[in-house]
Design a protein around this ligand. Structure first.
Ligand code: AHR
Length: 502
């Protein structure tokens, strides 16, 4: 039987915040060095930024970039990364066991953002540092002039303040792997004092409190409740992070493809916790979710240590997942999960942007290319604008080991009233059968199919590589039509579909 849902503009979830299409650049592996920054590359500009990568970043439709970490930020010394490049120190970088050369720093990041039309989202170090340092970084970055640090920025060549609005109060502070890991009772007062100071300097800043590093953290829920109770009036967002990967020993593909079930439960549980704290505090304010790390991440196969203990390489190849068509369908489904909660998830960052679990890959001195996961993100950013409409699917199901019975159809829709367009985003989770779809378009007036863009492949393991960079790409298909007020479509097995109506 077909999967069905109804679209009615009277039933909406909320406006899509463009910040939903953010990404993340960390000083990790080759994300920065030999990723976005490679002086000497034939396509590098005078600042060492690769123009070929910048063009792909623009095509990807990235709106914000979180920087400089990640685990890296918990040992970050921002002052190492400013001033004349040849005077910047080389340091041990313990989070990823690398050498940080500081050839790329704060001003270079702001140059990258300006050139690619991206809003920066800066994280402060609450691992090895704290309140005073956050204030000093804010003074350096955002104060117009007349203080030691803002004048230093000008002397370093950036006369205009950077004007960074969004600030993360640390990174994954609940994780035992984090440099300066803290309990919720330790983190909450530190975050509150930091928020107090930076908001005394600039009350207009938007602050992101650290939530749990994943839904499966043993402290999930109690962490949120403790830190929000202390910081509720001081922050605008709480962060969520999640990564989904296949178990190499026992790959369970049906559960993997259905991972958005977990992501939606995670968002709903976090929202419930925020609202519980808000109710307890008798506050009218709503805390928003910044889903500022999400992606597919397959762990590397177990292998003997690649590097001797005393080796601290610069920009090593770390976390360089090569994504399949299956991974891309899941990334599309995770994007659908975020859109379906657009009323509360108003900021998100695909982790990461280049080379490190990334939609864009580069070769030093060589080309750059789009991974399979590039396409669902780029299409969602391009067409997923306006308001999200409520989608309640009535779908055939299949049984999965991890989530039990799961709908084969995962879908959302956006309505851009100004442009007069409706876009349906739909994933068929079945790996074997095509899925007929019927959408009742009541209340949307006279609409027709503009195009149906399809991402699928006969080989679920197909991927784009250095030697075959265009193996997987979306294509327009003739698989959707509107008759009367009903849209009918056919969704091939394991596919990501964008059906545009106007
Ligand atoms: O994105 C890779 C890492 O994953 C980040 O540094 C960290 O925050 C998370 O655990």
């Amino acid at each position: 039987r077909p999967a069905r849902f109804t679209l009615d503009p009277a039933f909406g979830i909320g406006a899509v915040n463009p910040r939903l299409f953010g990404s993340f650049v960390e000083h990790l592996g080759r994300c920065v060095y030999d990723g976005i920054h490679e002086p000497g590359h034939p396509d590098a500009d005078e600042a060492g930024l690769r123009e070929d990568v910048l063009a792909l970043v623009r095509e990807l439709g990235v709106t914000t970039v979180r920087y400089p970490g990640g685990n890296f930020v918990s040992g970050y010394r921002w002052e190492d990364s400013v001033g004349p490049v040849d005077e910047r120190p080389r340091r041990l970088e313990p989070a990823w066991r690398s050498t940080e050369t500081n050839e790329f720093g704060l001003a270079e990041f702001m140059g990258f953002c300006a050139k690619s039309g991206i809003e920066p989202m800066m994280a402060v170090n609450l691992g090895t540092r704290g309140v005073e340092d956050a204030g000093r970084l804010l003074d350096y970055a955002n104060h117009p002039g007349g203080t030691e640090l803002s004048d230093l920025r000008a002397a370093h060549g950036s006369k205009e303040p950077f004007g960074i609005r969004m600030w993360c109060l640390g990174n994954e502070m609940d994780g035992p792997w984090q440099i300066g890991h803290k309990t919720a009772q330790e983190y909450a007062p530190l975050a509150r004092e930091t928020a107090n100071l930076v908001k005394q300097i600039d009350p207009g800043l938007e602050l992101v409190l650290c939530g749990s590093s994943s839904f499966s953290m043993p402290t999930f829920g109690s962490w949120e409740s403790t830190v929000l109770t202390e910081c509720y009036d001081k922050v605008e967002f709480i962060s969520l992070h999640t990564y989904y990967g296949l178990d190499r020993e026992k790959p369970d593909l049906d559960s993997f493809v259905a991972s958005a079930v977990d992501m939606e439960r995670y968002i709903e549980a976090a929202v419930a916790t925020c609202d519980h704290v808000g109710a307890t505090l008798k506050s009218d304010k709503k805390i928003m979710i910044s889903f500022d790390e999400w992606n597919v991440w397959h762990s590397e196969p177990a292998s003997p240590p690649a590097r001797p203990e005393d080796d601290w390489p610069r920009a090593p190849r770390l976390l360089e997942n090569s994504y399949t068509l299956t991974d891309a369908v899941l990334v599309g489904s995770l994007m659908i999960a975020l859109l379906r909660h657009a009323d509360r998830v108003t900021s998100a960052s695909l982790a990461q942007l280049v080379n490190v679990i990334a939609p864009i890959m580069t070769e030093p001195g060589g080309p750059s290319w789009r991974q399979t996961t590039f396409f669902p993100f780029a299409q969602a950013s391009r067409y997923g604008r306006g308001r999200v409409l409520r989608v309640e699917v009535d779908s055939p199901t299949h049984s999965t080991e991890r989530f039990g019975e799961v709908d084969l159809l995962h879908a959302t829709a956006t309505h851009d009233e100004e442009a007069g367009t409706i876009t349906v985003f739909a994933v068929n989770r079945s790996r074997t059968t095509e899925l007929p779809l019927e959408v009742d378009l009541r209340g949307l007036g006279d609409v027709r199919v503009v195009e149906h863009l399809l991402l699928t492949d006969d080989d679920p393991a197909a991927r784009n590589t250095l030697t075959d960079p265009e193996r997987v790409a979306p294509r327009a298909v003739d698989a959707s039509a509107v008759s009367g007020s009903v849209l009918t479509s056919t969704l091939p097995p394991l596919s990501w579909n964008v059906i545009r109506l106007a």
